[in-house]
Write a protein that binds this ligand. Structure first.
Ligand code: ZN
Ligand code: ZN
Ligand code: ZN
Ligand code: ZN
Length: 454
């Protein structure tokens, strides 16, 4: 059956999943729902469930895990150690050789997943052996180191961060069915989550979807081609040959790395790409076609790129420590440096720093300022990501909310309708975030339709 944009293709429950540390006791450990009234596991007094039903569904795995947790409490081991233990328990229960998935096309067994064990053995950091042994204690018998490495490899390559509706990480999950789908930087399918359940939708028209014809993006694709390929190679051990990395890489890299044409009468921009050997190649001006740029121009474009990456990293570290004032101050300094530089407004480093400044403004409740940063972000970012992009959809939604907070209702409504056109496809019309968006649209419409009291 053909699928149109927004149609659901597949739903999968995780083969193994854990809540991230900060979410334990705040959500159900089986379905990840937020609840006020929980059933707390009487064994470990740690994992909580919506009700007996969720607890029973988690019990085949939690039964052994529960005793292990008791061993190490009050300490709670890292997410990766806890999911490793769950995978070991699955293996002990004989689940690793069972076929999972209701739809025949997407059925898979854990033992059939790729692990890239040999590549990993040579240069990847290992799982935390001590933490895992301590957690397993004498309650769960660990297999040999080689088997554990194999499991660890499968976990690294096939697991996903599970986000809440605002894209904050709430857990990690490994899904067997969707692990059949390959990566593309310009995918035709996208994931969303309903608690711990993964939902895959078509982003474009797909005639007779099969796993071979469906592509999802494993990474945040707002990165130039060489950075995407490096990340994919490091984490998933393949060299991306998607449309975006092959046919369209120069055009998109140019936008992401854009620097203003040195000809003062030209409004175009140049930019650069890197070939497979890492050599930088400056690209012709988008407007006048000039290619004979001075050597210094190319050097400066590269320097600013490297500097941008460094500042983004620094700002993200500050953000993790919740130093919002610090983030805003530093981001504004960097932005004023950028304003004076050759960077063009669509350069990704500009966008990234503005995104961080916007986030800090939201934390500091500076709505108008946040909206001003937000506007520049989505207008430029839309050029750097394939359409339709859920991150753009969510950003537009956030922008609409900021504008309603600043009482710019008419403008907010226009933006919210743009968000609706995207989220309808990426999230589907039953998704909670989509319903929340529709509510806000209705409120704005009602507000604007109020009879004139004057
Ligand atoms: Zn639940
Ligand atoms: Zn328990
Ligand atoms: Zn690619
Ligand atoms: Zn030019």
């Amino acid at each position: 059956m053909a699928r149109k944009p927004g149609d659901e293709i597949l739903r999968c429950l995780p083969y193994a999943h854990v809540l991230t540390k900060t979410q334990i006791r705040k959500r159900c450990h089986f379905c990840f729902a937020r609840c006020d009234q929980f059933e707390i596991c009487s064994g470990c007094q740690t994992y909580t469930y919506c009700d007996i039903k969720c607890q029973e569904l988690d019990w085949p795995i939690h039964k052994s895990e529960c005793q292990c947790l008791v061993n190490v409490l009050p300490e709670i081991p890292s997410d990766s150690t806890r999911i490793m233990l769950r995978l070991v328990i699955r293996r002990q229960n004989g689940d690793d050789t069972k076929t999972f998935g209701a739809n025949k096309l997407y059925q898979r067994r854990f033992v059939d997943l790729m692990s890239h064990y040999s590549e990993m053995k040579t240069y990847r950091e290992c799982y935390d052996r001590n933490e895992l042994s301590k957690l397993a204690g004498n309650k769960v018998e660990l297999p040999s180191h080689d088997v554990l490495l194999e499991i660890y490899g499968k976990m690294l390559i096939n697991s996903f961060q599970i986000p809440d509706e605002f894209l904050n990480k709430i857990g990690t999950g490994l899904f067997l069915s969707s692990s059949k789908l390959n990566h593309s930087c310009a995918p035709n399918c996208a994931y969303t989550y309903n608690g711990s359940e993964q939902i895959i939708r078509a982003l474009t028209h797909i005639e007779q979807p099969t796993p071979e014809k469906m592509f999802v993006s494993y990474i945040d694709n707002a990165m130039p081609s060489w950075e995407r390929r490096e990340l994919l190679c490091q984490n998933y051990y393949f060299h991306c040959m998607c449309r975006w990395c092959v046919q369209e890489s120069k055009q998109i890299d140019q936008i992401m790395t854009s620097v203003r044409c040195p000809d003062s009468l030209c409004f175009g921009f140049s930019g650069f790409t890197k070939d497979e050997s890492g050599r930088m190649q400056l690209l012709p001006c988008s407007s006048c076609g000039k290619t004979d740029f001075p050597v210094e121009f190319g050097k400066e474009a590269l320097r600013l790129w490297v500097y941008g990456n460094k500042m983004v990293k620094e700002l993200k570290q500050m953000d993790e420590k919740e130093d919002h004032e610090g983030v805003l101050k530093l981001a504004e300094n960097v932005l004023s440096e950028f304003d004076e530089s050759i960077l063009h407004k669509s350069n990704l480093q500009f966008i990234r720093i503005r995104e961080l400044a916007k986030g800090a403004c939201i934390e500091l409740e500076l709505w108008e300022k946040a909206a001003a940063y937000g506007e520049q972000v989505y207008m430029q970012k839309i050029k750097c990501v394939p359409h339709p992009s859920s991150s753009i959809g969510l950003q537009l939604f956030e922008q609409g909310k900021l504008l309603t907070n600043a009482l710019k209702i008419e403008k907010a409504l226009g933006i919210l309708i743009q968000a609706e056109n995207i989220l309808r496809i990426t999230h589907g019309i039953e998704d909670s975030i989509y319903l929340e968006l529709q509510d806000l649209i209705e409120q704005c419409e009602d507000f604007l339709n109020l009879p004139n009291m004057g």
